[in-house]
Design a protein around this ligand. Structure first.
Ligand code: AMP
Ligand code: MG
Length: 338
């Protein structure tokens, strides 16, 4: 396949790579959301990610590698799960699946928040891959937003979150997936498929993973365990209060207050659109209701409503199958107040 890379993109890639080499941070597009990238092996560079995001040091970062061949630079894959890791990588990499594996000693503790494990994935975005190919080292990249806020799915959103704090954002348009990667840990079992635990629901669904292992519910983390914000009840939150309204009958608007509706399809006959004289209605997948489109647009639509000067955003629930699980996970966390 011949890929035509235009001049501007090559220039941007060179600049990003030079900044990474100098121990700086840069915002790069990935297929999930925009990421804030730094050299994963340089703790001073990684510290700048935490500073720019105001991210607490107990929240570990995802490390991005160029290919499965680079995995041994960042993780020590136990023999008992080596085949499963190869199968998952063959099926889903490059792509939005992050694996939690025992960490390589070269990975700074700051990256993993002192955990003995590291979260690893390979991004499919052509710009991210071009930067990584030129840079040649593993890249730590969490979402390019301030801590706890809505993840950015466009360069404009990155600038709103981190403008003035970072030297470069590469703009490659809207992110294709729109939701953060699925995060998975693997527990081997003798003579049986391994057990998978989904730490964060994402674009790779439970149904897709079942072929390779037995997907089980996450065990509740003990209270004193470092808990990552991707797993905190309140995360991905707009500034405007967001209420996930599981039952339309539970809506009791206060007089004089402005409410906006975050709807799935936005159809006028639906029980949510007809419920109230909304100040604004935004649909995740207008008309037809496609989960993939809803996922791609979720954070964009949340931002639109957040900027509309409303008193509250009311979100309509989606059915929790396939990608609906990850979308509902984000809506629940966005609606939880810290
Ligand atoms: P972000 O890249 O901003 O989407 O956040 C990365 C998320 O990955 C964190 O918030 C954690 O939920 C998760 N994570 C990273 N490393 C680990 C790890 N070693 N164990 C469990 N979860 C992790
Ligand atoms: Mg994040």
């Amino acid at each position: 396949m011949i890929q035509v890379v235009d001049e501007a993109k090559q220039e941007a890639v060179r600049e990003a790579c030079a900044l990474l080499r100098a121990g700086e941070i840069v915002a790069l597009p990935t297929e999930t959301v925009y990421g804030l990238a730094a050299d994963a092996l340089n703790p001073d560079a990684v510290a700048k990610i935490f500073a720019a995001k105001e991210r607490p040091s107990f929240d570990p970062l995802i490390v991005h590698i160029r290919s499965l061949g680079d995995l041994q630079q960042v993780a020590l894959v136990p023999e008992a799960i080596a085949e499963t890791v190869s199968q998952l990588a063959a099926a889903f990499w490059p792509g939005p699946l992050t694996l939690i594996l025992p960490k390589h000693p070269d990975i700074p503790d700051l990256v993993t928040s002192g955990l003995p494990t590291v979260a690893v994935r390979q991004s499919a975005h052509p710009v991210f891959r071009a930067v990584q190919k030129a840079f040649g080292r593993p890249i730590a990249a969490p979402s390019a937003n301030r801590f706890g806020r809505i993840s950015p799915t466009s360069a404009t959103a990155v600038l709103k979150e981190l403008g003035g704090r970072i030297p470069l954002v590469i703009d490659a348009g809207a992110c294709g997936e729109g939701l953060e990667s699925t995060i998975l840990s693997i527990e081997p079992r003798p003579h049986k498929k391994p057990i998978f635990r989904i730490h964060r629901a994402g674009p790779i669904t439970k149904e897709q993973l079942q072929e390779f292992g037995k997907v089980e519910k996450m065990k509740e983390a003990p209270e004193n365990q470092p808990c990552a914000p991707g797993q905190l009840p309140s995360h991905y939150a707009p500034m405007t209060p967001l209420i996930l309204l599981e039952n339309p009958a539970d809506f009791h608007p206060e007089p004089g207050k402005k409410y906006g509706l975050l709807s799935y399809r936005g159809d006028d006959d639906g029980p949510y659109v007809a419920l109230h004289d909304w100040e604004q209605v935004e649909a995740l997948s207008p008309g037809s209701g496609k989960l993939a489109e809803a996922a791609t647009r979720l954070f964009f639509v949340m931002r639109l409503l957040d900027e509309a000067g409303l008193d509250a955003i009311i979100a309509e629930p989606l059915s929790e199958t396939g990608l609906g699980v990850a979308i509902m996970d984000r809506l629940r966390r966005a609606s939880a107040r810290p």
